[in-house]
Design a protein around this ligand. Sequence first.
Ligand code: FPP
Length: 239
Amino acid sequence: MALSEKETLAPPQHIAIIMDGNGRWAKQRGLPRTAGHAAGAESFRRIANYCRTLGVRYLTVYAFSTENWKRSQEEVAGIMKLLRKYLEEALRDMEKNRVCFRFFGDLSRLSPPLQKLCLDAQSRSADYDVQVNFCLNYGGRDEIVQAARRFAQQVANGERRPEELTENLFDQYLYSAGIPDPELVIRPSGEKRISNFLLWQSAYSEYVFMNVLWPDFTPEHLDEAIAEYHRRNRRFGGT
Ligand code: FPP
């Protein structure tokens, strides 16, 4: 049966975004980098709301990478503070917003209060429909190494055999276990790199690179990225 135009143009069910360009946005305005991250957090709120309006089921954002610890103490503290503030608000408004949270990354290096907020947000929102995955102290290679280590440990314990390992089984050891791979990965800010983001999960994703800094990213930019995704799918997709 042929798909109707509406079904053909349904948004991707999973969109992933590298929220890049906060520092440059601040520099252009003579502001400290933390002001750029604060504007980036506002942009995230706007886009997460818009994703919900569109019916996007999963939104995964790169909020803090394993490499981001190399930044100044002030900048790292600024980003952590924004995350804390956001999660406190999210916990307060949970019933109203009905967003489910997951965290990809090694949370053990975060401050204990932030870890607790992450765990509370995750456990209290488990049943909601729209899901935001925050990549926090996340690296794609690190995720794969941690997954391999856990599987190897189970083999050593006699719980698994090496020949049982398939791509599908390996998926279950990743932070993203149970979540479909993103169909679309967006990187604003003009950079054209993957930067260790969702290396395993984006094997078949469409990448859209855009010349807009993340704090300036609007719902119209998301529409544009989704339109580009549909154009490519129509040209190269199967029947
Ligand atoms: C990359 O831009 C962005 C980050 C390393 C941090 C992203 C964090 C946020 C948007 C705030 C997190 C909080 C919430 C609530 C989502 P950059 O600093 O590398 O920019 P540049 O390349 O222009 O310097």
